[in-house]
Unconditional design. Structure first.
Length: 142
């Protein structure tokens, strides 16, 4: 499959996640930490058999450097714990349809900037215009 196919599949899957999150939080104002804990436990239980049963996965994990383990760990802590907590807090008070365009409009623009600043990725006029259009579209939801 080409990268675009993977991105489209990811986009489709990510588009339904907020529905489960909003329904899980419900009207009871469940604590975001409960949802966060259940989400992480469910994910761990799903991935554990893959790690245990796949020698290839265990072997590749063993080949990771300390730096790579640190980077993946930081990604997990930021994406699956810290940002998810704040997202759940926002979701308790707002509609999914209002939050997601802002979240997924702002995040790509910031990612383009971070990629340019820290990873020395190319930043073209086309990238700039695209980023501005994404940000403008997301800001219309405010």
């Amino acid at each position: 499959m080409k990268a675009l196919s993977f991105v489209v599949i990811t986009m489709l899957l990510w588009s339904i996640i907020p529905l489960f999150d909003k329904l899980g939080l419900g009207d009871k104002k469940n604590l975001p930490l409960i949802g966060l804990s259940l989400r992480l436990c469910a994910g761990f239980l799903m991935i554990l058999p893959i790690i245990v049963l796949s020698g290839n996965v265990r072997e590749q994990i063993g080949e990771l450097s300390g730096r790579e383990i640190f980077m993946f760990s930081m990604s997990a802590i930021i994406s699956m714990i810290i940002s998810q907590y704040f997202y759940y807090r926002a979701l308790q008070e707002n509609d999914v349809a209002r939050l997601f365009p802002i979240l997924f409009g702002g995040a790509p623009v910031l990612t383009m900037i971070w990629g340019w600043l820290f990873l020395k990725e190319t930043f073209t006029i086309k990238t700039l215009i695209g980023g501005l259009l994404i940000a403008l579209g997301g800001s219309l939801m405010l």
